[in-house]
Design a protein around this ligand. Structure first.
Ligand code: ZN
Ligand code: MN
Length: 480
């Protein structure tokens, strides 16, 4: 058997985060809305209606293009892609074909080992990014099918990669980096749970050392990183097994992924472009950009995830911590807010170790926990000496569990640190009387003996004495 190489390419559909749909003024946020309530004659394809391209959608697609290093095609246009489907009210999709918005880009991504360390950095070529509108949604119930057209007309970016990925792990690592980029430039929320990012994955095999691409199997509509990985692993195994007896596939095929059964299912021989009868969309004039408009948009691009990761790592965070911040914007906001008051190490420990730990233990999402302001208040209470750092941990845990803020919890539980000098003075005197041996030891040169006295005071005060003050007063007394 010759050694085989896996060739994978992805087509990624990402929903753009606009207020309105691609070609009409309908609400683009259909999540949780009653079926068929965010529709109008335009997105329902009624006769006599005309589509108007959404300028914000085009701008967001340009931002995404620039972030993945694609060149903008200064003249491009929309095309009609014809096929019949019950969830496609116009009877065609408005997409882009031979003149896409942008082409020829690259994405650099890291491949991780199971413990989260970077094994290597790789580059995946991007063939093109084009704009199009989404179809509606079908729900099959027994022998009936229900159509919900709320999603029909939602603006999509389709990003097509070169066949540069060499394993399911590569594909997932690339897709995760792409998702980070789209979120960072505010082109898409890319919420996988809401189906805002979907993958079609093409896979084929060839003998190592050969150049020719063999016919591929295209796995349709994968909507999570887990299913992307499992489907590719399954299909790779299947194609390898087939190769032993029959060699490569005789022609391109399209398959579906059955998540519950963990296997792919043959759908059809793949359509070619000819089948779609593409032609330029006659109702929308061609798009012409001026370089100065593209330059203006380029200036609004924020730092990209890789840059941001490098910055966090320079602050002393590790790979995993940096990605946690980049992947969860609420944690990032919190970390940045805390950074104004304290150093990076303490901020990351508060957010990524303590807060995430308590949230996990309580089985809560980040959104259900304290926000940046609540965290700032807690840090303020520790820094002004109201509570000790240790008590701060208990307060944070209670904040997560009860939703109350730090000052309420400190008040209700009487957790204020005792920093009143005369109260501590009394406690220290009592502790010194109770530990004559420790004082003798200290005077004989045993510095560590003081620990016993401080411990006594902390115990007597139920942990509420300010240890700094206790030490201070104790040393002063011993000098006398
Ligand atoms: Zn509409
Ligand atoms: Mn598409």
């Amino acid at each position: 058997m010759p050694e085989l190489e896996v060739i994978i390419g992805l087509e990624v559909h990402a929903q753009m985060s606009t207020k309105t749909k691609m070609f009409c003024g309908c609400d683009n946020d259909a999540f949780g809305k009653k079926p068929n309530t965010t529709v109008c004659p335009i997105c329902m394809g009624h006769p006599g209606t005309l589509p108007t391209p959404n300028a914000t959608a085009i701008e967001k697609a340009i931002k995404a293009s620039l972030a993945i290093q694609c060149s903008i095609n200064m003249s491009n246009h929309f095309d009609r892609k014809h096929y019949f489907y019950p969830d496609l009210p116009m009877g065609f999709q408005i997409s882009q074909y031979d003149f896409p918005l942008s082409s020829k880009g690259t994405v650099t991504y890291d491949v991780f080992d199971p413990s989260g360390n970077v094994v290597e950095s790789k580059v995946c070529g991007i063939t093109r990014l084009h704009m199009e509108n989404d179809a509606g949604k079908l729900t099959h119930k027994g022998s009936t099918t229900l159509c919900d057209y709320n999603r029909a007309g939602t603006p999509l970016m389709e990003i097509v990669t070169e066949p540069d990925l060499r394993s399911a792990q590569d594909a997932v690592s690339f897709a995760q980096e792409l998702r980070r980029i789209l979120i960072a430039v505010d082109a898409s929320e890319a919420d996988m749970f809401k189906g805002m990012m979907r993958f079609d994955a093409s896979i084929s095999l060839r003998e190592k050392g050969t150049e020719k691409l063999n016919p591929r199997s295209e796995i349709k509509n994968l909507n999570s990183f887990k299913s992307l990985e499992r489907a590719l692993q399954y299909e790779e195994k299947r194609l390898r097994k087939r190769w032993e007896t029959d060699g490569p596939l005789p022609g391109d095929i399209t398959v579906g992924w059955l998540d519950d059964e963990g296997k792919t299912k043959m759908l059809r021989n793949k359509e070619t472009a000819d089948d779609y009868r593409y032609f330029p969309e006659p109702d929308i004039p061609p798009i012409e950009f001026k370089q100065k408009d593209i330059d203006a948009i380029a200036k609004t691009l924020p730092k990209l995830p890789r840059e941001l990761k490098e910055e966090y790592m320079k602050l002393g965070l590790d790979e995993k911590q940096s990605l946690q911040l980049i992947d969860q914007s609420q944690l990032q906001t919190m970390f940045n807010a805390l950074r104004e008051k304290t150093d990076a190490k303490r901020a990351s420990s508060l957010v990524l170790t303590q807060l995430l730990g308590f949230l996990n233990a309580a089985d809560k999402e980040v959104a259900e926990g304290p926000d940046a302001d609540a965290m700032l208040e807690l840090v303020g209470k520790i820094d002004d000496g109201t509570i000790s750092g240790n008590a701060g941990k208990d307060v944070l845990e209670k904040m997560v569990n009860t939703g109350k803020n730090a000052s309420t919890i400190i008040e209700e539980e009487g957790m204020q640190q005792i920093s009143d000098d005369s109260a501590i003075e009394d406690l220290v005197t009592k502790a010194m009387e109770a530990n004559p041996k420790a004082i003798e030891d200290f005077k004989a040169g045993k510095e560590a003996a003081l620990g016993a006295i401080v411990g006594f005071v902390m115990k007597e005060s139920k942990g509420q004495a300010d240890p700094k003050k206790v030490n201070e007063i104790l040393r002063k007394n011993l000098k006398n």
